[in-house]
Design a protein around this ligand. Structure first.
Ligand code: B12
Length: 134
């Protein structure tokens, strides 16, 4: 399965991105890593160009919301019905609980949302989601 990944917006935290690339590869995914400083439109273009099954967006500096709230609008322009949209990292700044954050990002169009969740736990849940929904 193909996964497009990268770090959204003006976010330059690169370490997690390298680990995500390696971890996905070890789990047998074909990875297209757009790296840091990637805009939502660039992610969508890459999903179309590679015919990806999963878009895994990472955000570490807390600015994910500003960069991702237009996801629904972009999704409505193409047929992305078979693509899994996933986001994780430090999605907001401050003391906001996952119970508050997860539904908010699901409302923006993400299927799987992980705020300050361990990477392997998130990837286990991705594999489970793919198994149950494909
Ligand atoms: C190193 C670092 C920097 C370096 C980055 C160098 C580089 N090129 O990578 C520098 C100094 C440049 C930097 C800058 C900034 N940083 Co900084 N940085 C850090 C620091 C100390 C470590 C990050 C790191 O590499 N961790 C190691 C990796 C392996 O862990 P990770 O990034 O957390 O990723 C793991 C998980 O988040 C998770 N994960 C990540 N993505 C995903 C996706 C999915 C789907 C899943 C399931 C899991 C997952 O898995 C990863 C692997 O275990 C953290 C604090 C900390 N201790 O974490 C702050 C931190 C991330 N930075 C922060 C901030 C605010 C900034 C700045 C805005 C500071 C400023 N005012 O200028 C700028 C932003 C610059 C920008 N444009 O993005 C905040 C973010 C706050 C928030 N979101 O709550 C943090 C948390 C510090 C803090 N406590 O305030 N930073």
């Amino acid at each position: 399965m193909k996964v497009v990944t990268g770090v959204v917006g003006n976010d330059i935290h690169v370490v997690a991105n390298r680990l995500i690339d390696i971890s996905l590869g070890e789990r047998g995914f074909e990875v297209f890593n757009l790296g840091v400083n990637t805009y939502l439109e660039e992610f969508m273009d890459a999903v179309i160009e590679t015919d990806a099954d999963v878009l895994l967006i990472s955000s570490l500096n807390g600015e994910a919301e500003g960069w991702c709230r237009d996801l629904q609008i972009l999704k409505s322009q193409y047929d992305f019905r078979n693509v899994v949209f996933m986001i994780g990292g430090n999605l907001v700044v401050g003391e906001v609980t996952a119970q508050e954050i997860v539904p908010r990002f699901k409302g923006y169009g993400f299927d799987l949302v992980f705020h300050q969740v361990d990477l392997n736990e998130g990837l286990d849940q991705l594999e489970l989601f793919l198994k149950e929904n494909r």
